[in-house]
Design a protein around this ligand. Structure first.
Ligand code: F6P
Length: 367
């Protein structure tokens, strides 16, 4: 039997559509089905570090199912094992291990478990608490869909639908002006958003970080399109895509962040390269954070509700340190440490890539 009476909930890492839907599901299922008290922790692990915790009642989570962002706030900089607390004379950050502060906060509010809604950074951030005997249940979030242990994270499907709409719009203007139009989508080191939105919109070329592109292959493909009477080309590129032998395009380094590299700008690099090498007029559009904002689509609201309910069911069943997951179309759970410090990337035998190739899509590589 469950000995749970009070739980904490936090949202960590970059936000994504559906966070509020999970907070709502966890809170309502905890209160209605189990009679537990729920505490909202502000700004991910930062709220534990700074003891910013507030009670969440059913009314507090009413009317948030459809709302983007997170009512709790989030942070992708607060790694309790390596938290920036100041600045060295040379300007570099001073890092400290502040896990004890977090554990004090959990104990002070007598939380029997914490539901951590986040990506790989949030799951790896849970390790010291698990070692200290605290029960952490993870809920897999990220638009990137790159979490190991689950086939699907909530937020991904909404990001894909936003990117698809953008690509559809780009399609018509590319055609009007006989241009090469490049749309850059997010995803860090994984190309899931690019692959799915590229296929959904019928992009002519899809560039993925997992398969470094060749300018020679791209040039030949553009030439081939012209030969078959197509006067325009739409390219969907992942932000992590890069030329074979080259490196990813970095937009910013944030030394205070556990994952300091911010990608971005490869679409502009490509537009320049294509104009130079082929003489074809090219334009770039970088979608950026628009993919993370706004209301979740219906499928993500449903997934978030199922994930949130499963998190409370695990606690009720006395399970410890599990990550809620979707595997083979079923809601299940795996050891939370499986998802830490790893990324799920696209493999060469991916079936959707095969399907894309069968309708003539190029991945900018000779395979
Ligand atoms: O992991 C989600 C994500 O949106 C990535 O796709 C992107 O590379 C990164 O976060 C951007 O981070 P930030 O919000 O710090 O700019």
């Amino acid at each position: 039997m469950s000995e749970i009476k009070r739980i904490g909930v936090l949202t960590g890492g970059g936000d994504c559509p559906g966070l509020n839907a999970v907070i709502r599901a966890v809170t309502k299922a905890a209160i209605f089905n189990n009679g537990w008290e729920v505490f909202g922790i502000a700004d991910g692990y930062l709220g534990l570090i700074e003891d910013r915790v507030r009670p969440l009642r059913a009314n507090d989570v009413s009317n948030i199912l459809t709302v983007g962002g997170t009512i709790l706030g989030s942070s992708n900089k607060a790694n309790p094992e390596r938290f920036a607390t100041g600045t060295n004379p040379d300007g570099s950050p001073v890092f400290e291990n502040v896990c004890d502060r977090c554990i004090d906060t959990i104990n002070k509010h007598r939380m029997d478990a914490v539901v951590a809604i986040g990506g790989d950074g949030t799951m790896s951030g849970a390790k010291p608490f698990i070692e200290a005997g605290i029960n952490i249940i993870g809920v897999p979030k990220t638009i990137d869909n790159d979490l190991v242990g689950t086939d699907l994270t909530f937020g991904f499907m909404t990001a894909v639908s936003i990117a698809t709409e953008a690509l559809d719009r780009i399609h018509t203007t590319a055609q009007s002006h006989s241009r090469v139009m490049i749309v850059e989508v997010m995803g860090r080191n994984a190309g899931w958003i690019a692959l799915h939105s590229g296929v959904a919109s019928g992009a002519d070329i899809i560039l993925l970080p997992e398969f470094p592109y060749s300018m020679d292959v791209i040039s030949k493909y553009l030439h081939h399109r012209e030969e078959i009477g197509r006067n325009f080309t739409v390219i969907c590129t992942a932000e992590g895509a890069h030329e074979d032998g080259g490196s990813m395009t970095i937009s910013k380094i944030d030394p205070t962040s556990p994952d300091p590299v911010r990608l971005g700008g490869v679409a502009h690099v490509l537009a320049h390269q294509i104009e130079e090498q082929t003489g074809r007029e090219s334009r770039a559009a970088v979608l950026g954070h628009v993919q993370r904002g706004g209301t979740p689509i219906a499928a993500d609201r449903v997934l978030a509700t199922r994930f949130g309910r499963h998190a409370t069911a695990l606690l009720r069943a006395g399970k410890r340190n599990r990550l809620v997951a979707m595997v083979g179309g079923k809601i299940t759970d795996v050891d939370i440490t499986e998802a830490a410090d790893k990324q799920r990337v696209i493999l060469a035998d991916n079936e959707l890539m095969e399907a894309a190739r069968s309708v003539g899509t190029s991945f900018g590589v000779n395979i």
